[in-house]
Design a protein around this ligand. Structure first.
Ligand code: ZN
Length: 514
């Protein structure tokens, strides 16, 4: 059925004459020089790593991975076992995305972080009506900024304050109004299909109930809010097929309250959330030893679903689906579209829901059964998180703006932008994907529901060894809803993705037994 998606070898092009990363040409030279200096002493020799990583990205059929990445990070061209199909290659950014990635402005991100810090504290229990200090002033400022971006959207972006009264809880000593600020850019052709990106605008110090001390929260999480807002600004003027939601949520530090309310509202409304990303602590590339990792962002992705029912667990246990949750497929999609020269970033996927003892705003979305992951900086410095601002034995504690690396935040924003744009322009993740198990044979017939997208070109079957971290082979199968693949289904993992006429691919769907 013709040539679609990655079957078209001409889609993957690397311009050898260009700067190594696109952002080397976009006015970040000063900071990029400091990146290079900073990484000299680090464990990551970025020069060599970048070259190897790009050679692998550009690799053609049959190449072996030369990439010194973690297994989960090696998205491209893992020379898999022999079998049908071509090697999987990354999806390059389309022209409009490349233009948008160049618009991500680290100076605007810096201005946003500094403005949020200037509210003194953004603690969830702080004043909601003081015009200068406290979470209410921050809420209103974010709302006004987003409304300004929405003004350029021809009425397609709607901005709202989503508020509810949180009753008493361990970290809520008095009933408290919690407000999320949400900008929704309605998709043109698939408006019900929705992707969400968040940062949390509340902040804290050492005592989680202290709502009076200065709590700058520059990294945690003005940085994530700045990412969501910068994306809203850039995408507001563009037309997307699916809907994208850019949100600043509150109540995170008290117990993920804002995002819990948001996820529950979506669930109650029957929303089709096909991907959600929390950006939480994305402000610094420097670890506790002072070593910089300026081109790495971590992406936490759970395996066994938080929302799994006993019946779903029984299926997973019988077929081995613990590495094929919707969130894992989403993380593989991020590697496919956002780890490239245009973002200038390596995405280090971590197969956990979140760090030890920690959780972020993706968790409530996982609880409601939505695919969700968390972006966070490569190594945290705990002297700069959840700390009273103070100097102790000559060491500065506190989440201060001076510890932020704004070009780094801009690169994290590019990873998010590449991901969200590629999701919103592609067909949705195929639904109703099944593998025929009606008879006890090794036959491998896959079937799925037809997609509604007008620009659908067809589907691709992905497969990999059961022990491989990422898809290794792709088989274009055309615009069909059932296909038989010449592989023993007991030996490999299958996925199905949809591809449009422009080559945009959906995340893969993992087939369940019929
Ligand atoms: Zn946080």
């Amino acid at each position: 059925m013709g040539r679609i998606g990655s079957d078209d070898a001409g889609m993957v092009r690397i311009d050898e004459n260009a700067g190594f990363y696109d952002d080397e040409r976009t006015g970040e030279h000063g900071s990029e020089h400091s990146d290079a200096a900073g990484s000299e002493t680090g464990p990551v020799r970025m020069g060599a790593t970048r070259r190897a990583f790009l050679s692998a990205s550009a690799a053609s059929a049959g190449a072996v991975a030369m990439v010194p990445l973690t297994a989960a990070g090696a998205a491209a061209s893992t020379a898999g076992p022999p079998g049908p199909g071509a090697p999987v290659t990354p999806q390059p950014p389309d022209a409009e995305l490349r233009a948008m990635l160049r618009e991500v402005d680290h100076r605007r991100i810096e201005a946003t972080v500094r403005r949020l810090v200037a509210f003194g504290t953004r603690h969830t229990l702080s004043s909601q009506d003081d015009p200068v200090r406290g979470i209410g002033a921050a809420r209103d400022w974010i709302f006004e900024q987003l409304q300004g971006y929405a003004a350029a959207s021809d009425g397609r972006m709607r901005v709202e304050k989503q508020s509810y009264l949180q009753p008493l809880a361990p970290r809520i000593p008095t009933p408290t109004v919690i407000s999320n600020v949400i900008a929704t850019l309605r998709g043109d052709t698939a408006p019900n299909r929705t992707y969400v990106v968040t940062g949390h605008y509340d902040s804290r110090v050492t005592d989680v109930l202290n709502f009076t001390s200065d709590a700058p929260g520059a990294d945690d999480d003005a940085s994530g809010v700045a990412v969501a807002m910068e994306l809203a600004r850039i995408v507001a003027t563009r037309h997307t097929e699916a809907t994208i939601v850019f949100a600043a949520v509150a109540g995170e530090e008290q117990g993920l309250y804002g995002s819990t309310h948001m996820a529950q509202q979506y669930k109650a409304a029957g929303a089709d959330i096909q991907g959600m990303f929390s950006n939480d602590i994305v402000g610094s590339s420097t670890d506790e030893k002072g070593i910089r990792h300026p081109r790495t962002v971590r992406l936490f992705a759970e395996g066994v679903p938080t929302s799994e029912t006993p019946a779903q667990a029984a299926i997973r246990q019988s077929i081995g689906g613990e590495n094929d949750s919707t969130s894992r497929q989403l993380s593989r999609f991020v590697l496919d579209v956002a780890q490239n020269r245009s973002t200038g970033m390596e995405v280090r996927v971590i197969w956990r829901r979140d760090r030890y003892l920690r959780g972020s705003d993706h968790v409530p979305f996982l609880r409601e059964g939505f695919p969700a992951c968390r972006f966070t900086e490569p190594n945290e410095n705990y002297a700069h998180e959840h700390q009273d601002v103070r100097v102790e034995n000559g060491v500065q504690f506190g989440d201060l703006v001076e510890f932020c690396d704004f070009p780094y935040i801009a690169r994290v924003a590019r990873v998010n932008l590449a991901t969200l744009w590629s999701l919103a322009q592609a067909p949705g993740t195929p639904k109703g994907v099944k593998i025929d198990t009606s008879r006890l044979t090794s036959q491998r017939t896959l079937l799925w529901d037809p997609a509604a997208e007008a620009d659908l070109a067809g589907y691709e079957v992905l497969w990999r060894e059961t022990t491989a971290p990422n898809w290794t082979h792709v088989i274009p199968v055309g615009n069909v809803t059932t296909v038989t693949i010449d592989l023993n289904k007991d030996h490999v993992m299958f996925g199905v993705r949809a591809v449009d006429t422009a080559g945009h691919r959906s995340p893969a769907a993992f087939p369940l037994p019929t």
